[in-house]
Design a binder for this molecule. Sequence first.
Ligand SMILES: Nc1ncnc2c1ncn2[C@@H]1O[C@H](COP(=O)(O)OP(=O)(O)OP(=O)(O)O)[C@@H](O)[C@H]1O
Ligand SMILES: O=C(O)C1=C[C@@H](O)[C@@H](O)[C@H](O)C1
Ligand SMILES: [Mg+2]
Length: 160
Amino acid sequence: MGVGKSTVGQLLAGRLGVGYRDTDDDIVAEQGRAIAEIFVDEGEAAFRAAEKRAVRVALAEHPGVLALGGGAVLDADTRALLAGRRVVYLSMEVGEAVRRTGLDVARPLLAVNPRKQWRELMEARRHLYEEVATAVVPTDGRTPEEVTQAVLDALELKEA
Ligand SMILES: Nc1ncnc2c1ncn2[C@@H]1O[C@H](COP(=O)(O)OP(=O)(O)OP(=O)(O)O)[C@@H](O)[C@H]1O
Ligand SMILES: O=C(O)C1=C[C@@H](O)[C@@H](O)[C@H](O)C1
Ligand SMILES: [Mg+2]
């Protein structure tokens, strides 16, 4: 959350001459509500079901750069769908995470005690991010442009 998927994803898509899409945005557009509202109104399980569908659809129809929500990898079927694709795990340390996300209420899972919540989420998820990733790119101390270049290098992709 807040690692720079949208920022770097759009820069990367620009460098590659392809489109950028984000499954969080797809869910918001489909439901006509903010993610935090979906969590409050229907609970996390309902959000995860919508997210699972959104990822499946986007992977099937979008050929460019796709950003997944931070918790999408919790679903085993979603992880299976990522197999054989180029998947980048953008990583960061907790201090950077708190700086980047601040007290942004748009991230319901970090709404209370963000530093502790972030550590706990990462302890539960880091192995899943590493499992699906074909490249791990640290983002601490790097500008979005530097991260984008590191992704291109890690994936050995040529610009358009
Ligand atoms: N490499 C970077 N260095 C410093 N700040 C960054 C970097 N990348 C992104 N940011 C900033 O961090 C914040 C979060 O970035 P962004 O929205 O791209 O992350 P995200 O992973 O898409 O977040 P979300 O999980 O909410 O979708 C923004 O304010 C952005 O400008
Ligand atoms: O890490 C998570 O569980 C989340 C990350 C965001 O991208 C959103 O999908 C939502 O806020 C949940
Ligand atoms: Mg984003």
